[in-house]
Write a protein that binds this ligand. Structure first.
Ligand code: HEM
Length: 417
């Protein structure tokens, strides 16, 4: 039996990440036992190896043959671990292993080209303006529902040509799938499964209506009709792609917007720098992504006995990759790695390639270009118009060991005249 690490931080307990991400615990683990065996409750897959340094995270992520995303999935399962829902979740690209993953990814990444994403820039800008128009004169808002939640949903609905009337249903299904660990949201495993099934239904309707009324050159068309080296997506695979967009594209970007706003409010001098020089906004977005990544962890299962960071991992062991830890590693980001600094790119020009917020290796995020674009456009509208922002009370955080989301965050600002 593998011996537990003497440094235990209850990392799978959602409350450990609730008030703020446990950066001190991660620093201790990186220093004392960067690859450590930790206790985990059975509902989160039991005991596991915690990977807290970038070198080891890169090694695990770049060896999908040795560390499977499929056996126990790459993320906590919203439908619990019953075999049927696990089998469905295995059809999601993020939970595939080679060789299936390589084939499927070719079709999907062929659809999500920077050109296809850039084609949305204009409508994203218009939409961002309309979000801020609605709140600017009020001088206060509930930032999450009024601002952060709006853009990612709009973008996914636009990408997938979803009719406006389906958007609200889609939004509440997203909350159900994400909120399983949060007692306030009171979501059972069964609710999670039902939400997934409903999203499947929406996706099937979209595929059917696209077939009736096809429009070439869109992402949905490339997903449904794309052929890359003889590979295509069938209708079932197309529908599963929808599920990945929930946590993958909606909740993450919403979290980055909310946490980014919180960080700027807590660092007014850095907020002022952005007002004085909006050209710094892309740098600020990169630092927000590094400092407070929207995924706390992803997981793998060892397919063979293997040594990582000098520790002996056994076939079948669960391995968890902690992104907030590797993004705060002093050996990579310097002694001020724990400091939020929007000018970091001035001394680390390739910051975007140094942090691991979008993962690394074969499963590297397909939506990173889209996410960065959404965030830049949002902050370009927020910063000049919501002046002198302040928190009106403590943010109300999502209870989760997966996504450090914010459920509600009331803020005040100078009303726009
Ligand atoms: C700030 C926002 C986002 C963050 C932090 C993020 C993060 C990540 C991470 C860490 C992975 C790698 C998972 C692993 O190695 O197991 C990933 C994969 C993925 N992401 Fe994102 N993501 C974001 C936005 C998006 C968006 C907007 C899309 C929409 C297209 C998207 C689609 C995907 C897909 C399809 C995968 C699976 C790729 C594969 O398995 O080959 N993500 N993302």
């Amino acid at each position: 039996m593998t011996e537990k690490c003497p440094f235990q931080f209850d990392l799978m307990n959602p409350m450990t990440h609730n008030e703020k991400l446990p950066f001190e615990a991660f620093a201790t683990l990186r220093r004392e036992c960067p690859v450590s065996y930790q206790s985990g409750a059975p509902e989160y897959g039991g005991d596991f190896w915690a990977i807290t340094r970038r070198e080891d995270l890169d090694f695990v992520s770049k060896h999908p043959d040795k560390f499977s995303s499929s056996v126990n999935l790459a993320h906590p399962s919203p439908g619990g671990d019953d075999p049927e829902s696990m089998e469905i979740m295995r059809q999601l690209i993020i939970n595939m292993d080679p060789p299936d993953h390589i084939k499927y990814r070719r079709v999907v990444s062929n659809a999500f080209t920077p050109k296809a994403v850039d084609a949305l820039t204009l409508i994203m800008r218009e939409f961002a303006k309309s979000i801020i128009d609605k709140v600017a004169a009020r001088g206060e808002c509930e930032f999450v529902s009024d601002v952060s939640a709006e853009m990612p949903l709009f973008v996914i609905c636009a990408l997938m040509e979803m009719p406006a009337e389906k958007r609200q249903t889609f939004a509440s299904l997203v909350d159900t799938m994400i909120g399983m660990d949060d007692p306030e949201l009171d979501v059972s495993a069964e609710d999670g499964q039902l939400a997934a099934a409903e999203i499947f239904g929406i996706a099937m309707e979209l595929a059917a209506s696209h077939k009736e009324n096809p429009q070439g050159g869109t992402i949905i068309d490339a997903l449904l009709n794309g052929v890359v080296e003889g590979e295509t997506l069938d209708e079932f695979q197309f529908c599963t792609f929808f599920l990945i967009l929930i946590a993958g594209a909606v909740e993450t970007t919403r979290t980055a917007t909310s946490q980014g706003m919180r960080l700027l409010i807590e660092h007014p001098e850095q907020h002022q720098m952005l007002i004085d020089n909006p050209a710094l906004i892309p740098d600020a977005v990169e630092e927000i992504l590094r400092f407070y990544p929207p995924f706390i962890h992803m997981q793998r299962t060892a397919t063979e006995d293997i040594s990582v960071g000098g520790m002996d991992i056994k076939k079948g062991d669960m391995v968890k990759l902690f992104y907030p830890s590797v993004n705060h590693e002093a050996e990579v980001f310097g002694d001020d790695a724990d400091v939020f600094d929007i000018t970091r790119t001035q001394r680390m020009a390739d910051l975007k390639n140094q942090h691991r917020t979008f993962g690394v290796g074969q499963h590297f995020c397909i939506g990173s270009h889209l996410a960065r674009k959404e965030l830049c456009i949002m902050f370009e509208e927020i910063v000049p118009r919501l002046r002198n922002p302040k928190l009106a009370g403590a943010p109300h955080n999502l209870v989760s060991n997966f996504i450090p989301g914010i459920k509600h965050m009331k803020i005040t600002f100078d009303p726009e005249l």
